[in-house]
Ligand binder design. Sequence first.
Ligand SMILES: Nc1ncnc2c1ncn2[C@@H]1O[C@H](COP(=O)(O)OP(=O)(O)OP(=O)(O)O)[C@@H](O)[C@H]1O
Ligand SMILES: [Mg+2]
Length: 247
Amino acid sequence: MIKISNLSKSFSGQTVLDHLNLDIQKGEVVALIGSSGAGKSTFLRSLNYLETPDSGSIQIDDFKVDFSQITQDEILTLRRKLSMVFQQFNLFERRTALDNVKEGLVVVKKLSDEEATKIAKEELAKVGLSDRQQHYPRHLSGGQKQRVALARALAMKPAILLLDEPTSALDPELVGEVEKSIADAAKSGQTMVLVSHDMSFVAQVADKVLFLDKGKIIETGTPDEIINHPKEERTKEFFASYKRTYI
Ligand SMILES: Nc1ncnc2c1ncn2[C@@H]1O[C@H](COP(=O)(O)OP(=O)(O)OP(=O)(O)O)[C@@H](O)[C@H]1O
Ligand SMILES: [Mg+2]
C-alpha cells in the first residue's frame, strides 16, 4: 500500500501541487489526467525527488519519508522503489539495449554481471525485444526505444512504475506496441501511475482516474465515471476541449 500525503510544490511563488493526497493499492493502475500545466509531470517527478517538494510525505509499505527532511539515504531508497519512464526515452545512446536495461541492476542493485544479464534478457523478452539486445538506441525505432526504457524500469521491480506520457513522442503507428507492453505489465500486477492524454488507453488500462486541476485532484473515479460522466465543471470543460482537439 502506498500513501502520499499533503504533497505540495511551488515554483517561485506559483503553487503547482497543492496538498495532494493519494492512496494507491498494490497492483492498481492509476491514471492522472488534466490540462497542460496542471502539475502532472511535477507530481510524478516529486514522488521520486527529481523535483524537491516543499512538504508532504510518501509511505511505501513500511518505508515512510517526510519530504521536508529527507536524507540522502532515503532519496536513494525512494528511487530504488520508484522507476520512471519519460516521454523522450532517456536511454544511454552509447550502450546497447541490453546494457541499458542492465545499468540500474548493476549500479543501483549491485547485482553480479551474470544476474543482471539474466534479468535484463527476461525483461527485454517480455517487451518483445529479444532480437534487439545488442542494438544501440540509434538503430532502434521510437517504439522499440520506449520498450527498452520500459524494460529497464520494470527490471528494477519498482513498487510503483511512473509513466509520463510514454507514447506521446511516438509516431502513431508505434503507439500500439508500447501500449501493449504497458498493458502486459499492468496485467502482471505492476502498480503504476500513468500520465496520459490518450483516453482510449486510459480507459483500457486504468483502474482509477484522477483529474488534476491547478495542483489539486478535483475528481476521482473509474475511467467510465470520469471520461463519460464527469461531475465537476472543470472536468467537463477539459473533456469538451479534449474532444475538440483530438476527435
Ligand atoms: N522547473 C520548473 N521551474 C519553474 N516552473 C516550472 C518548472 N517545472 C514546471 N513548472 C511549472 O509548473 C506548472 C506545472 O507543470 P507540469 O510540467 O507539471 O505540468 P503538466 O501537467 O505535466 O503539463 P503537460 O500536460 O503540458 O505536460 C507549469 O505552470 C510549469 O510552467
Ligand atoms: Mg507533463
